[in-house]
Design a binder for this molecule. Sequence first.
Ligand code: HGY
Ligand code: MN
Ligand code: MN
Length: 419
Amino acid sequence: MSSKKSELKITIDSAGLGRRIDELALISEAPAPVVTRVLFSEADRRGREYVRRAAREAGLALREDAVGNIFARWEGSEPGLPAVGSGSHTDAIPNAGRYDGVVGVLGAFEALAALKRAGFRPRRPLEVVMFTAEEPTRFGLGCLGSRLMAGSISVEKAQALRDREGRTLDELRTAAGCSGPLASVRLPTGYYHAFVELHIEQGPILEADGIPIGIVEHIAGPSSYRVTLHGEGGHAGAVPMPVRHDALLAGAEIALAVERAAITSGSRDTVGTVGVFRIEPGAVNSVPFKAYLEIDLRDARLDTRSKALAIIRSSAEEACARRGVRMEFEEINADPPAAGDPETVAIAESVCAELGLRSLRMVSRAYHDSLFMARVSPTTMVFIPCRNGWSHRPEEYASPEHIAWGAEVLAHTLARLAT
Ligand code: HGY
Ligand code: MN
Ligand code: MN
């Protein structure tokens, strides 16, 4: 990896990049300005087609693997060398915005196109990845494409996944046109020389501090859990309060226990959320006999996350015992945090300094495909500010100037790594 100052004069086509981000945003299961593109839905498939077209327009060679990860490659002068990777995702949760993931895919295409326009000739291949299923919406598990690439999930576990309609990954990927064994998704050892992902911060720090670039040193470890509660139903008027076994109220106590455990963990990086909470029968005059919750619990450190989980579980057991409600508590995923590669972080940081851009080393509490790429390659992320830190909502916004600076820092960093 060369760290010498580059003489490259890189110009990002900010207007073109913004237009492509806006065009992709219109490919959605929901009316604008809402963006929703759930894995292998009709909108996701049209979004993939848009990504393929954008890659070709950037002059990149395309291939796809058995789970639908899309690779767009610029061969280097020494093709056999491990590639320098970048990329992100274009799937979007319900009621999302247009920048999460998309900036890292279209921004990487623009970074490579700008390097081509500047006359750069890479020694190492440069490759942009559009990862399949960074979001957990379809199967309840995020980063499915990068997990399989990194060997962080077994083929058996991936094939056992079911969506809410009971469909399997194999059914859906085949219907979307993917083929080949899932085992072939795993990357050969040393496939990437380094990996750098451009992404909006999805938090308020960069904007609040007036800093245009974040460089990720740590990515918090995500975990999620399914809780099913079996109480007793009955007539809302006839069942006296002392004899009720209300599943919703047990669930409500558990949701409050998640919040309390995160706030009192002693670590400012512990975050806990109950983002899914369904009850049955769901009638105003009927005592809920069943509740279903999904808990999202994260921390930059494993020990404080484990301690918070233990508190949540014991609070849940106590509430259910007191209320006469039966509980099933199942882990969906519990991934360790990842560290950014110090040398790659330092290169991105020196690029910012040479461009006269202030930068800040950060922890990412959102997870990204880089969480798994860090297991198989030296990795870091380049963050740009987003308005009020908003993300996973239609008001998500990143300014053209910040997007262009992010793509410019990415272009120089990738060039340095590929030299
Ligand atoms: O949930 C996350 O952190 C990511 O946006 N999927
Ligand atoms: Mn997201
Ligand atoms: Mn994302």
